[in-house]
Design a protein around this ligand. Structure first.
Ligand code: IPM
Ligand code: MG
Length: 354
């Protein structure tokens, strides 16, 4: 088994080593994998002048699973579009056809007071945001910058979906809803955009094949509101790429901190890309204070989805909960006045709690 380790930029380089620590500690429970590291994002630009160096893509292709930290480095923010750090991640997802992005938002009882929302609104929260990951305005053409005839700067991006792309993420949503509470809420903007009207149409058609699953539709603006008003009403939210990017950050905050939210990106096989939902957080990078739990929980998702080790995944999740129950907190999830621990200590405590 080969795991590609892509720390990326910013706090990615601090949190990934902690998740690696946890994966290595699982050796004593029989988990045996080869870990190989490569640069992506700003680190890719630094190493090979490419946000997704060919050697990194090659490693990712060979790997059974990929663990990624975060991409994004302000030093490269003014690079031409094709060379932005985030493009490395976008290309990686596309090259491996990882179209289904699972972003579960679950409130751990240990963190019920860490959310900025009232406890009764988020207590027991358990929703899955399923984001389509390889289509939409992120990839649609035409795209680019130019000038109008009058010489004014102009730029364009295209929101585009084919029905097959909508149907395949739809099937994933309905199938996973069957293992949960049997409800799918499809998010779109069908009242304004043709492409979103197609999204709704195809979702409805696919839904007919799953009469046991309840399908509702919601405009994305209303969904943003409901997500903070009554988030527990949701089970599975299936969403186009752009809206899913936005709603998943919002869903993350319901759980107390975006530093807690893990994700898995899957395609047609068990190969998967696992990464925290948060970004590279340049403001706190290098300080040793970032929360490694989202990455550690992403590694748990990897154990479950790519390697079929439900037992080890549960072991990691239990270890995280135990450390939280003992009261250990990184700064992002600490109540005011409470003593906090750093990135490394959190990683070590989880590894020890396994
Ligand atoms: C995410 C991130 C990425 C995205 C960026 C870094 C390209 O925001 O995974 O949510 O927009 O998909
Ligand atoms: Mg995002």
């Amino acid at each position: 088994m080969l795991i590609a380790i892509l720390p990326g930029d910013g706090i990615g380089r601090e949190i990934v080593p902690e998740a690696v620590k946890v994966l290595r500690a699982l050796a004593s429970f029989g988990f045996d994998a080869t870990l190989e590291e490569a640069p992506i994002g700003g680190a890719g630009l630094e190493a090979a002048d490419d946000p997704l160096p060919p050697a990194t893509l090659d490693l990712a292709r060979r790997a059974d699973a990929i663990l990624l930290g975060a991409v994004g480095d302000p030093r490269y923010a003014n690079y031409p579009h094709g060379k932005l750090p985030g493009v490395g991640l976008r290309r990686l997802r596309k090259e491996l056809d990882l179209f289904a992005n699972f972003r579960p938002a679950r409130l751990l009882p240990e963190l019920r007071d860490a959310s900025t929302l009232k406890p009764e609104v988020v207590d027991g929260l358990d929703l899955l945001l399923l984001r389509e990951l390889t289509g939409d305005i992120y990839y649609g053409t035409p795209r680019g910058r130019g000038k109008t005839e009058a010489g004014e700067r102009e730029a364009v991006n295209t929101m585009r979906y084919r029905e097959s792309e909508i149907a395949r993420i739809g099937h994933v949503a309905f199938r996973v809803a069957r293992t949960r509470r049997g409800k799918v809420c499809s998010v779109d903007k069908a009242n304004v955009l043709e492409v979103m009207a197609l999204w709704r149409e195809v979702m409805t058609e696919v839904g007919r094949e799953y009469p046991d699953v309840e399908l509702t539709h919601m405009y994305v603006d209303a969904a943003a509101m409901q997500l903070v008003r009554a988030p527990k009403a949701f089970d599975v939210i299936v969403s186009p790429n752009l809206f899913g990017d936005i709603l998943s950050d919002q869903a993350a905050m319901l759980t107390g901190s975006i530093g807690m939210l893990a994700s898995a990106s899957l395609g047609a096989t068990t190969q998967g890309l696992y990464e925290p939902v948060h970004g590279s957080a340049p403001d706190i990078a290098g300080k040793g204070v970032a929360n490694p739990l989202a990455t550690i929980l992403s590694a748990a998702m990897m154990l479950r989805h790519s390697f079929g080790h439900e037992d080890l995944a549960a072991r990691v999740e239990t270890a995280v909960r135990r450390v939280l129950a003992e009261g250990w907190r990184t700064a992002d999830i600490a109540e005011p006045g409470r003593r906090t621990i750093g990135t490394r200590e959190m990683g070590e405590r989880v590894a020890a709690a396994l």
